[in-house]
Design a protein around this ligand. Sequence first.
Ligand code: ADP
Ligand code: MG
Length: 618
Amino acid sequence: MSRKQKFKTEVSKLLDIVINSLYSEKYIFLRELISNASDACDKLRYYSLMNPGMAKDNGEFKIVIKPNAEENTLTISDNGIGMNRDDLINHLGTIAKSGTADFVRNAKDNGSIVDLIGKFGVGFYSAFMVASKVEVVTKRAGEEQAYKWISDGVDGFEISEAEREKFGTDIKLYLKEDAKDYTDTIYLRHIIRTYSDHISYPIVLDLGKAGEETVNTGSALWTKNKAEITDEQYDEFYHHISRNFDTPWMRLHFKAEGNIEYTGLLYIPSEAPYDLFQPDRQQSLKLYVNRVFISDKVDDLMPAYLRFVKGIIDSADLPLNISREMLQQNALIAKIKAGTVSRILKELKKRSENYEDYMKFWKTFGIAFKEGIYEDVANRAEVAELSRFYSTNSADKMTSLDEYISRVKDGQTTIYYITGDDVPTLRNNPQLEAFQAKGLEVLLLTDPIDEFWVQVLNNFKGYPIKHISQAGEDLKIERQDSRADEGSLKRLTDFMADIFKNEVGKVVATEKLTKSPVSLTVESGQMSIHLERLMRNHQQQTSFASTRILEVNPYHPLIIQLADSMMDENERKNVEEISRLLLDQAKIAEGEAISDSSFFSEKLSEYILRGWQRKNLN
Ligand code: ADP
Ligand code: MG
């Protein structure tokens, strides 16, 4: 019995894009189908470790490619895990992955979608680039009934019961007229060698009467000697396991020897995945035991801050029949993880010596990597050392903490930072004026994670790391310029404290400002204004706001004038309005919203106009 089922809307949109926007790179469908066949063999191999005997009559794992020029068809077969009815509906009829919508969006403004196909896990659908009809006959391991799935890639698909002796899958493509090439064995051999050579199962070309020919060299690449592996092979393998198609920024192939032995072949991509910051994103190292694929969902193999690292770890020291549950919390896994992380950090350290090169990595993954300062207690200092930051030292170059230390002023014992939403706004923050006047460098931190690591990294190489609001007395600047009269200044700050009592906790005179009349800060040691804003945006807090302090600059002509005007009762309204404008200005400099923007713009224009008219009178 068969019944036509519709594709989910996203799938049909996707099919449309895949089929219609790609001409020159059609051959990638074969790589995708072979890759799926290889995954299916991996899965069955793993399940039969768990359930011995399950696949005992299924033959040696292999992938068979069978062209038929007369019929104009091409069949890709494997003796892997197979699919039952539900699998067919869930895996070939829908794309359950959250990435689908992103794929459709991305594909619209992307010339080449080759890399997107792999990245978003929609490989199977690429078959419709060359086929007008696809027929899948498959039997799921451990089950009795086989099924046939048929689709033209437009309307939907039909599933019916079918016959298949062994477990596995045949994917038969009814090739389009313009895709006749894919029955040509010379061409097929070429595509397979170019794109699928690293597949560790034999890929066999079925030549009919002429017999079968194994086309790939087919050994687990990581077990080979480095000297025997070409860059192309390394890259191809990376494409296979990562589903990315960029050239990796870093490659690390190593063998750990000692009380636990394992091999790692790891890559850092040059492009960030679209879901780098999605909370449910999993790390994606594949774990093998003696060349047998075990799992790509071992959470404890790589810390979250290195979740962008791709590759494989193979250890013969783990038991082959280890279950996924046993893998979590396994002491050997923890050792492998620690060893692998320190190798990655060491390699990054080498690469960090070339600024331009390292920036390629940093700008792509730095925000995720910095989480390690917070998260990786054991390697906290190393991760901090490898991190890069903007600072007041340079307009565009990022700095390391070591470089910062190399520039400290005589007697400077602290690394200073300020946090905010973006670097340009931070550079103009009035709180930096005294630091500028004294030539003290300040790190400009703008990522949410920065608010957290600064709280756990107590010091770097003996230098405590402090928010600029904690700088205290060291910042006093020597001055000769005229200062507001102490008495009227006190009257002014008291007056401001009174009118702003709902918005700021204190109004104080400061010695720290040089150019600005006012600035906002918080009580030393309290949550920064930026962190408070982040938490407010995440609805995490409203009640434990830090005490805001409005600092006024007693040397600024405007403050002197305001202080003087406190003596004159008639000026009270002007003093109040201008004070309000100044508070708004301080809020803007901090990236905070002002309470009444129409008041702000009306009064600002009014006072500018008054000042201008007076100037013209003089
Ligand atoms: P991905 O390989 O990234 O998961 P695909 O679109 O290539 O995405 O395949 C979708 C799913 O269909 C696979 O995850 C798998 O569950 C199933 N599938 C595809 N080909 C096979 C096959 N030859 N054997 C078993 N399952 C398969
Ligand atoms: Mg696939």
